[in-house]
Design a binder for this molecule. Structure first.
Ligand code: ADP
Length: 473
């Protein structure tokens, strides 16, 4: 744990497991409510002096951290692959994505412009300024163990907030690594605090109920986000929530089916499907289905699962045993209700893969709305393809979910692209684009996918309070 600028050991520890091999790769301190409360007090005591630093000072720290992260990209990526499992190349990309947030918010820190507003009264002046909200409680997931921290901690620091972070129990080593970088970059003691723990609940409760915490920012499942938002509600704490998704991926008849299938295979299997923006329902117009499936099956068939440290691996393990069981349950359910298996469809156990949590890259055709996979987030390497016949139905089908994070559309028809973009009830829409994300662009969902946005200018506003001054002169 890292509290008030000190690395703190504990007699109580828990192990971190490499999901590709089942081996323990480290042990970290197991904190609880007492440590969370102590960290919150420290963050509160530090807030005043940190908020009083200039934006230029805060920016300089973030910029140094950005440089350190880029210099140590290889080392951080190797740690990430060992701890989280994604192939090394994907880890390198993620470290860069995390660094991008440090750079972006180093720049944005200097652009927290206020406003003057004309009044209808001649002797009145309005002035609006933005001030940091205060102590921020942050809870982050394991699937993107560095970038999800960077995209909360960097804007909080840029705004002048102090932070208490609880990282996911399966990836605390990546959290420690980014904290070490921020420490080395010159972050003063008490500004950022880290409480690692095996059981997230007591810390979640403390972050939600301690009145010194003014804002809670969470990335994880909708179920946990809902619970945390409820716990934070009595104090009307500000909350940002990045939750689950159930992305539709629509391929219209006029799209190039080969190009669309390549896109689907790339984005669906990213991080072994363990991404909240992963396509969960791939709707393909029936007239181009055969061509689409031909390319898609070839691509999925060529994917190689294994330890991400080895060359040529493009599918890593799932996070744990429960994730394998959930994915397999969705596949079995779909098959029992008539889905066709074009690739994969089972757990991988040969060549030592039984030591880790591997599931075969799987392609299912003829998926229908009565199957679990049509409603539940998959979070695994299973692509579910659904034929459609009528363009008039597709918006309603795609929007028929409680989730509203990402959606993807393939079409060459400009008016169809614009109409679909406008009609989809999702926060992020890729039109012929499988990677509509960037530190510069607002990321977040509608409906039960969350509240607020991360990245972009909006990602900084989440940590600022608006203050209006009315002056009679
Ligand atoms: P996933 O299903 O993707 O693992 P979770 O929502 O369970 O997502 O986990 C995301 C983060 O939320 C992790 O840091 C985890 O420790 C934390 N978390 C899980 N349950 C709780 C809880 N009851 N209170 C606070 N934090 C929690």
């Amino acid at each position: 744990m890292y509290i008030n600028g000190e690395w703190i050991e504990s007699n109580k520890t828990f192990g971190v497991i490499n999901p590709a091999t089942g081996e323990e790769i480290g042990r970290v301190a197991d904190g609880g409510q007492a440590e969370a409360s102590q960290a919150i007090q420290v963050a509160h005591d530090t807030f005043k002096s940190w908020a009083a630093t200039t934006a230029y000072e805060r920016s300089a720290i973030l910029y140094r951290a950005y440089n350190l992260m880029v210099e140590r990209k290889q080392e951080l990526a190797e740690l990430m692959t060992r701890e989280q499992g994604k192939p090394l190349k994907a880890s390198l990309n993620e470290v860069q994505y995390g660094a991008d947030f440090l750079l972006w918010f180093a720049e944005e820190a200097k652009r927290v412009y206020g406003e003057t507003i004309p009044s209808s009264r001649s002797n009145q002046r309005f002035m609006v300024l933005y001030q940091p909200v205060g102590v921020v409680g942050a809870i982050t997931p394991w699937n993107y163990p560095i970038s999800m921290i960077a995209r909360k901690v960097a804007p909080a620091m840029a705004a002048g907030c102090t932070v208490v972070l609880k990282p996911a129990e399966s990836t605390p080593l990546c959290a420690m690594a980014i904290f070490k970088i921020l420490e080395e970059a010159g972050t003063p003691p008490g500004v950022i605090n880290l409480v690692t723990a095996l059981d997230p609940k007591p810390i979640g409760t403390e972050l939600c109920t301690n009145p010194l915490v003014k804002k809670l920012t969470f990335t994880g499942s909708t179920a946990v986000g809902r619970k945390l938002a409820q716990d934070a509600a009595p104090q009307l704490k500000r909350v940002s929530m990045e939750l689950g998704g159930h992305a539709p991926f629509i391929v219209f008849e006029d799209a190039d089916p080969v190009h669309a299938a390549k896109g689907a295979s790339l984005v669906k299997f990213l991080n072994t499907g363990q991404a909240c923006i992963s396509p969960n329902r791939i709707y393909v117009h029936r007239n181009i289905m055969d061509k689409f499936m031909e390319t898609f099956s070839q691509r999925v068939g060529r994917m190689v699962a294994g330890n991400g440290m080895e060359k040529g691996i493009n599918i890593g393990p799932l996070v744990n045993e429960a994730a394998v069981a959930k994915v397999d349950n969705q596949v079995q359910d779909a098959v029992s209700k008539g889905a066709t298996v074009h690739a994969g469809g089972q757990r991988l156990v040969d060549n030592g893969l039984d030591q880790g949590f591997f599931y075969a890259p799987t392609l299912l055709g003829d998926v229908t709305s009565d199957m679990l996979i049509y409603r539940e987030e998959t979070f695994g390497p299973v692509a579910a393809v659904i034929p459609f016949d009528d363009d008039d139905d597709i918006l309603a089908m795609a929007n028929d979910t409680h989730y509203g994070l990402a959606a993807y559309v393939y079409t060459q028809n400009l008016s169809k692209a614009i109409r679909t973009f406008e009609g989809l009830n999702f926060g992020i829409i890729g039109i012929n684009d499988i990677n509509p994300t960037s530190a510069a662009a607002p990321f977040g969902g509608t409906k039960e996918s969350g509240l607020g946005r991360e990245g972009a200018r909006e990602g900084l506003m989440e940590y600022l309070e608006t203050k209006l001054g009315g002056f009679i002169v």
